[in-house]
Write a protein that binds this ligand. Structure first.
Ligand SMILES: [Zn+2]
Length: 248
């Protein structure tokens, strides 16, 4: 076993010279790939490639698809469903943070979302401020016919319209402070005109604005549906208010 710090990788970390001579590497690389040499030398292919680059030996692009990233991309795509169907990404998934929902395509040291790459191949770069969205709602689909560049708000609207994202309402919302029963209590309190908005706000631990929103049915609308309506406040004109005050 090679002692730690003296193995083939050590020179790379130190930034020194490879432990193999230039002649040896040139000769070996003439008749073998970097992977084959690496196996023989008991190191990794990237160590061999680094050594080749150190001596300025031109490195070959191995494999028939490396030279053409786009041809390589379509190698990972299942198009068996036909032109109109979803084309499934069979390559690597994207990070776990995204729940592996999107495909990931790595080429020439760059990582792309697979569907964004497919869009770019067909339509050119994504316009700034826009996002590549699926009209078919399948994150792993890379059929360019199912992809369009849209604004984030379109994506959200589309998601809600298709029921992918149901926005939480009323007491279901994360930020909700009141239960539906409390909202109904407040509603009837306003209706009886027994308590002012500020008193209600203090009693239920919410802002006066929150009480106003309930009254105007801007929030907790479902909780107050079907309850007797609160008559609208008479419009107060600034001048008329001053007039009544001066009259009093
Ligand atoms: Zn699709």
């Amino acid at each position: 076993m090679t002692p730690v710090g003296q193995g083939p990788v050590a020179w790379k970390a130190r930034g020194g010279r490879p432990q193999w001579s230039e002649e040896f590497l040139r000769e070996a690389y003439a008749s073998a790939t970097s992977t084959q040499i690496a196996k023989r030398l008991d190191c990794t292919a990237s160590t061999v490639l680094a050594a080749l680059r150190f001596y300025g030996i031109p490195v070959r692009n191995c494999g028939p698809f490396r030279a053409d990233p786009i041809a390589n991309f379509w190698r990972f795509v299942d198009r068996s469903g036909g032109e109109a169907a979803c084309w499934w990404w069979r390559g690597a998934p994207r990070s776990a943070r995204n729940g592996h929902r999107y495909g990931r395509y790595t080429t020439r040291g760059k990582v792309y979302r697979a569907h964004v790459y497919a869009f770019t191949v067909m339509n050119g770069p994504v316009p700034t401020g826009l996002f590549v969205c699926h009209t078919c709602d399948q994150p792993r689909c890379v059929n360019p016919a199912h992809l369009r560049a849209e604004t984030p708000s379109w994506n959200t609207r589309d998601a809600i319209a298709k029921g992918r994202r149901v926005s939480a309402r009323g007491e279901q919302a994360v930020s909700a402070k009141l239960t539906s029963a409390q909202v109904r209590e407040i509603w009837f309190a306003i209706l009886r005109q027994g308590a002012s908005f500020s008193e209600l706000a203090r009693a239920y631990g919410v802002s006066i604005g929150a009480i106003q929103n309930i009254r105007e049915r801007r929030s907790y609308r479902d909780a107050t549906a079907g309850l007797p309506p609160i008559p609208p406040l008479p419009p107060v004109h600034p001048r008329s208010r001053r007039a009544t005050r001066s009259a009093a």
